[in-house]
Design a binder for this molecule. Sequence first.
Ligand code: SF4
Length: 441
Amino acid sequence: MGRRVFIETYGCQMNEADSELMYGLLRKQGFEVADDAEQADVVLLNTCAVREKAEDRIFGRLGWLKSAKAKNPNLVLGVTGCMAERMRDGIVERAPHVDLVIGPDAYRRLPEMVAQQLHEDGETDPAIDVRLDKRELYTDVPLDRVPGISGWITVQRGCDKFCTFCIVPFVRGRERSLPPDEVVAQAQEMAEQGFKEVTLLGQTVSSYYERGFDFADLLTRVHAVEGLSRIRFTSPYPNDFSDRLLERLAGLPRIGKHLHLPVQSGSTRILKDMRRGYTAEAFQDLIGRVRRILPGWAITTDIIVGYPGETEADFQETMDLVGQVRFDGAFMFHYSEREGTRAARTRPDDIPLEVKKDRLKRLIDQQETLSKASNAAMVGREVEVLVQGRGKRNPNQLIGRSSCFRTTVLPADEHTAAGDLVRARVSGATSHTLFAEPIAR
Ligand code: SF4
């Protein structure tokens, strides 16, 4: 039997897609995929560095894996991804039982580095490769996609925006886009493998640009791929949404009717300090254009509270913007200082934790009410649900997502299977789930 590898993925979908890439690279060298960490010869933690809490969680997991390594000294333990890039040898200083530290642009060397550690006697120095490569797109690497209904294509790597609070440009390097032919080839391959939904991924995916070919052009080409029922993308950047792009989206019916538009703050003063490149008014104007050109689309967002210098008045502007826009959902966090970012270098993290927590709670409470109202407003409407499979807790239910990305529960029947598109009428709703009945065809 070949050596077995297990990858635990933390953080965003980009990391999920990178784990498939790593599995692809390792399988090509004869590795097999283990069912869990206990069965594996090689365990990799593919990590996130966006918040301190995410990193603390990884060290907790590494602590647990130390005892696994004590039982099996031949176990090779690696840390990959954004935290590997950010902390570099700081990881082995804190967790000396780690054998490998590999950044997001160095995965090509992963099989070689793993093999080297496996063949050594356990006394080897840890192997570290965190070089960033502004051209690396892994175009020729065979991906090991987990078969299913929904999958990802990473169409862009890195980020050039340098928002002051964000570590991503430092750990993922410069922005670069996959050639459109390669994206289309991957989408066609996924359709042939039975995938029904693809999500195009990029840190600022709407900034996609490759030799005169922009994001609107890319969506048009992927939309033309036969066999795919739905195309999604995440995360776009608010400034990229020209009317041309919005109108293109309106003309592509298989694009999921959901825009995730990270606003981050409702205070223009704070947005300016964050270097987001738009004002609260410009964001509101964008929302107006989205509602006019794309009626019925769901809009979700990301928000940070407690950014350095945020006053109660600034926070109130965020609350007001959220109340006016009435987002259908939001990811909300309090500010977490990331060493190396511009904010960490130039702004004291001066909002006390209890104030951050209080603001976050007030914001979450408001958004919960809005999310509930948004789902309640769906009752009586027709939705098109892409079925993902039977419910884990209740196999008499089918679980899927509506085009506007709402989790939707349908009664199971023998004619409907995972991957089917079902027209249904919403009969009930909670703040996070719709319940619907199929419409007789
Ligand atoms: S756009 Fe800003 S927040 Fe998003 S990844 Fe780039 S730097 Fe980070």
